[in-house]
Write a protein that binds this ligand. Structure first.
Ligand SMILES: Cc1cc2nc3c(=O)[nH]c(=O)nc-3n(C[C@H](O)[C@H](O)[C@H](O)COP(=O)(O)O)c2cc1C
Length: 366
């Protein structure tokens, strides 16, 4: 209700200013348990039918917040109170960095999409470790997404990831090797097997205690590259794949081409990604034959979208852009719709739906 009144004013502001305002409120609630209790009371408790077990963890809901929203590890408990079952903080790099010059975040209102070239602005692994140490996660699974610092050459990227993993793994319930953001020059080259394998090994070796490890991939990989990456992840004992990050493609938009071009470089997110994400989730799921947990992310804005990604093979689903357009009630609304639909179809949890697209009626998943 209050948000409904504030929304037009927020959307009249430059997107990064609007984000900073919303973040200020969420930071406050992150630090004050009374505010979180109020949030939880006003939104209602999570429906137990949504509880999801995977990666050796129990998620209160399969719906998580994707990386890039809580870049500075300052809001995750408030975001949990809004109804997210998991929050992936970061991307965190070894060294603190400012990211690209502003403006670097743009709305495509006609498409309910965003273009960003943030460039991993973050407080660095040491700063993130201090932030995470000061607030244990409360009723939310905490993932930590790791990236390469801009100043670090590609051939020593593994050391950079390993440093961050060593500092942050004590606080993370799962870790993500992000090799797919389009705004750090050369980063996506790390998706190639010969560069990715040493990073995965270095990260695993740097963790004081074992943590589920996932790799986040780009939606712009062709089928052959997706298969090679999936095979590498299985061979290296990676626990899961997050599909996918933002795209460099600009096809299928309602926003006029000249207006899109004027925004310049960056990754596109939101509904234009939906079909690609679903295809990618299905491909990784089928190729891995149960050896990897798939997290689907890209273009989710309705319970139907969540349903479709679970059925395609995702065990968990994340959102970012849908939350920006949908507002603070978005996660709890989506969760309630998903829970109602599961009950209506007589399913005892989201896990019963995972990979259903690929099963013969009454049959087993591959
Ligand atoms: C402003 C913005 C910043 C992002 N920053 C990161 C990031 O730091 N690390 C990352 O792995 N993904 C980042 N992403 C990508 C999202 O996590 C997600 O993969 C992508 O936006 C697709 O999901 P969506 O369509 O629900 O937004 C960012 C996305 C946006 C819109």
């Amino acid at each position: 209700m209050l948000y409904g009144l504030a929304r037009p004013a927020l959307f009249a502001l430059p997107p990064e200013t609007a984000h900073a305002l919303a973040a200020a409120g969420l930071r406050l609630a992150h630090r004050h348990s009374g505010l979180r209790r109020l949030l939880r009371a006003s939104l209602g408790p999570p429906d137990p039918v949504l509880e999801t077990r995977c990666l050796g963890l129990t998620f209160p809901s399969p719906l998580g917040l994707a990386a890039g929203f809580d870049k500075h590890c300052a809001m995750y408990n408030a975001l949990g109170a809004l109804g997210f079952g998991a929050v992936e903080v970061g991307t965190i790099t070894r060294y603190a960095q400012q990211g690209n010059p502003r403006p670097r975040l743009f709305r495509l209102g006609m498409d309910r999409a965003l273009v960003n070239r943030m460039g991993f602005n973050n407080i660095g692994a040491d700063g993130a470790a201090r932030a995470l140490a000061s607030h244990a996660p409360e009723s939310v699974v905490l993932g930590v997404n790791l990236g390469k610092s801009r100043v670090t050459p590609l051939d020593v990227a593994a050391d950079d990831y390993a440093y961050s993993a060593e500092r942050l793994s004590p606080y993370a319930q799962y870790l993500v090797v992000n090799v797919s953001s389009p705004n750090t020059p050369g980063l996506r080259a790390l998706q190639h097997a010969e560069l990715l394998a040493p990073i995965v090994r270095a990260v695993r070796g740097a963790c004081a205690a074992p943590r589920p490890l996932l790799v986040k991939v780009a939606p712009d990989l062709d089928d052959e590259a997706v298969d090679a990456l999936t095979d590498l992840c299985v061979a290296e004992g990676v626990d899961g794949v997050i599909a996918a990050n933002t795209t460099l493609q600009r096809g299928g938009l309602r926003t006029p081409e000249a207006a899109v071009r004027a925004l310049g470089e960056g990754g596109l997110s939101g509904p234009p990604l939906r079909d690609r994400t679903r295809a990618l989730v299905a491909r990784v799921y089928l190729r891995a034959r149960g050896a990897l947990t798939v997290i689907g992310v890209g273009g989710v804005s309705t319970a139907d979208d969540v349903w479709a990604l679970l059925a395609a093979g995702a065990s968990l689903v994340q959102v970012y852009t849908g939350f920006i357009y949908g507002g603070p009630a978005f996660p709890s609304r989506l969760a309630a719709e998903l829970a109602a639909r599961l009950r209506q179809q007589g399913l005892d949890g989201p896990g019963a739906l995972v990979g259903r697209d690929h099963r013969a009626p009454g049959g087993q998943a591959p």
